[in-house]
Design a protein around this ligand. Structure first.
Ligand SMILES: [Zn+2]
Ligand SMILES: [Zn+2]
Length: 171
């Protein structure tokens, strides 16, 4: 994996450091507070995100509800949070050291499969166009998602909630 460099996050410091290090040697004591803030931010957005209403009956009703959600203010806020958190980089590519900027946010476990995870930021990730295309295709096989499969039972017994458990879509 190539070394990703970024500026030390200490206010006013411009020293380049490996990205995962976050702070330069002179400011490395900032890390604790930084991690604490990041965690607070994550908790804040989780707390202030209304849980998605899953008490819907038919598949088509569910789909309609999902689609209107993507036009909501709440989704806009969640999406921005995820993009910033991920530095606008496809996390499926980054896993293999590939740097691919993107503005698309996608559910790790699809909304059709797990409506209760739709607003969960831990189930969201930045994804590039080509990983998204491959992942969507893979989901149709694995989870039986997609319009064509609407009448089939969505496979819900196994939910892969971590990117590291998914196939490599970045090839
Ligand atoms: Zn510094
Ligand atoms: Zn990608």
């Amino acid at each position: 994996m190539p070394m990703l460099m970024s500026r030390c996050k200490h206010l006013g410091c411009h020293t380049l450091v490996p990205r995962e290090q976050v702070f330069c040697d002179a400011h490395k004591s900032d890390i604790q507070l930084y991690e604490q803030r990041k965690e607070e931010q994550r908790k804040h957005i989780k707390r202030h995100t209304k849980s998605y209403n899953k008490q819907v009956r038919s598949q088509s009703e569910e789909r309609r509800q999902r689609e209107s959600f993507y036009h909501s203010k709440q989704w806009k806020k969640i999406r921005e949070y995820v993009l910033t958190r991920d530095n606008y980089l496809c996390q499926y590519c980054l896993r293999f050291g590939i740097i691919r900027p993107s503005k698309t946010v996608d559910h790790i476990v699809p909304g059709q499969v797990a409506p209760d995870l739709i607003t969960d930021v831990d189930n969201l990730s930045t994804i590039c166009y080509s990983c998204h295309r491959r992942k969507t295709e893979w989901e149709q096989g694995f989870y039986k998602t997609g319009y064509r499969n609407d009448k089939q039972k969505v496979k819900k017994d196994i939910l892969l909630k971590n990117i590291s458990d998914l196939p490599n879509f970045s090839k």
